[in-house]
Design a protein around this ligand. Sequence first.
Ligand code: DND
Ligand code: ATP
Length: 240
Amino acid sequence: MLERDYAKISDGLVNWIQNKVSDAGSKGAVVGMSGGIDSSVMAVLSKRAFPDQMLALIMPCQSNSQDKEDAIAVAEKFDIDYEVVDLTSTYEHLLAKIKKEDNKLAEANIKPRLRMTTLYYYANLNNYLVVGTDNKSELTLGYFTKYGDGGIDLAPLGDLLKTEVRELAKMLNIPERIIAKPPSAGLWAGQTDEEELGVSYEAIDKYILTGEGPEKVKSVVEEAQKKSEHKLKMPEIFNL
Ligand SMILES: Nc1ncnc2c1ncn2[C@@H]1O[C@H](COP(=O)(O)OP(=O)(O)OC[C@H]2O[C@@H]([n+]3cccc(C(=O)O)c3)[C@H](O)[C@@H]2O)[C@@H](O)[C@H]1O
Ligand SMILES: Nc1ncnc2c1ncn2[C@@H]1O[C@H](COP(=O)(O)OP(=O)(O)OP(=O)(O)O)[C@@H](O)[C@H]1O
């Protein structure tokens, strides 16, 4: 990986978030905290950017209770104002109304979309922006739910690879147990990113950085990238 000055990157990110929020005429930031590394980093940086105008939302949705405890532990360690909004019953109620057949991914993608809806409620209410947590590895692969965790106003970590976010997290003193957790979208019990993708973030990041790596990694990255191009664009418009 590239040698980087993570203290300088952290200061740059804080300054960037402040400028973007101010350019938008907004007053602060709302961040969803999952108990994972990316959102812990973004919550800590947003708190630095807006010490008194930053809210974290912890939104379990049939989630592992340890993740909620981890998110609360980070919020308390860094004195971050947070609310817990449990979306489980909302999710189950909606699914009971609309479900036609079993489809794990179609059902699971509703969870990040309910979180997005909730984040925007608080953003509207407080004149805050929704600060996302997607990193360069996820954006490159399109490994996020369209209009779910991809439905955000700012993507400050979008130029940092997953492995670089880990270095940034260490520099920010994010608790080790969060840094060490296997990355997971938490969409179903036992899901891990690396199992779903079939390759490790180390290998993915090396390939993104250098264009080199085993054939399997190349095909996973290139196919995912091609399949998800639409996720990073505005919807197609029929031009008159
Ligand atoms: N060419 C095209 N042009 C315009 N739109 C197109 C399209 N192809 C599909 N679509 C639309 O996109 C939909 C598919 O995209 P989407 O609904 O996102 O669904 P999809 O990409 O199938 O699933 C989301 C993936 O992201 C992963 N994820 C989700 C959440 C968080 C994280 C994480 O680690 O942080 C990872 C999740 O595990 C899963 O692998 C289609 O149903 C269709 O509506
Ligand atoms: N239970 C949750 N409560 C609040 N926000 C959540 C929750 N789960 C996911 N999110 C939001 O959606 C983003 C995508 O989360 P996800 O769990 O899919 O994996 P991730 O990209 O590995 O992020 P993280 O490392 O923060 O878990 C999170 O970073 C967070 O902002």
